[in-house]
Design a protein around this ligand. Structure first.
Ligand SMILES: [Zn+2]
Ligand SMILES: [Zn+2]
Length: 196
């Protein structure tokens, strides 16, 4: 396991362990996001070990730069993802519904670790990695439809003008007085020449 967030149970003392880590997005496979670019990810974790169980909690802090979906301006959103995970060896797994243990559960036996929906990570061997869980916690904090502000008026779909800083008559033209349209075109053309 070459994951950057791998911990060996034997290296964690019983009780409270702290870890401060800085990771490049690439180390968490978050570098090639289609919807934005992440800054360095700063993790501040507390690992509380009680015999074989480890309770991992803390935060992953970063920021993501994206384009506003309305006006294309760059928007930077702070990321503050909460991490909370109970880590246990497979041997301690009991499934109350099926009663199946580790020996009969093929799915579990084939993978080195498996995280349940309730936030419990089961692992086999001497070490476990929380990089998948951290990646997911960060990923869900990234806005799917970023806007520079809720009031962003976006770009005009006809002429492409940024309606936050300028205005156009495209809407009025659509609604259709052709005489007005011609006049407006004339005004715009004159305006263009002036601004050149
Ligand atoms: Zn915008
Ligand atoms: Zn327009």
């Amino acid at each position: 396991m070459n994951s950057p967030l791998t911990y060996w149970l034997s290296r964690l003392t019983e009780g409270v362990n702290s870890d401060e880590i800085e990771l490049e997005p690439a180390q968490l496979e978050l570098a090639d996001l289609e919807i934005g670019k992440l800054d360095l990810i700063r993790l501040s974790l507390t690992l509380v070990r009680t015999r074989e169980d480890v309770l991992v909690s803390g935060f992953a802090v970063s920021a993501v730069s994206q384009s506003c979906v309305r006006c294309l301006k760059t928007v930077t959103t702070p990321i503050n993802a909460q991490i909370e995970l109970l880590v246990r060896p497979f041997g301690l797994r009991t499934d109350p519904r099926s009663g199946r243990g580790r020996d009969t559960d093929k799915e579990v036996a084939e993978s080195e670790q498996n995280t349940l929906a309730d936030g419990t990570l089961y692992y086999s061997g001497e070490s476990f990695s929380i990089s998948d869980e951290v990646r997911q916690a960060v990923a869900v904090e990234i806005p799917g439809e970023p806007v520079c502000s809720k009031a962003c008026r976006g770009l005009c779909p006809s002429c492409g003008i940024d309606r936050n800083i300028d205005s156009c008559r495209c809407e009025e033209q659509k609604s259709g007085d052709s005489r007005w349209t011609k006049l407006q075109q004339l005004i715009e053309e004159t305006g263009d020449q002036e601004s050149d």
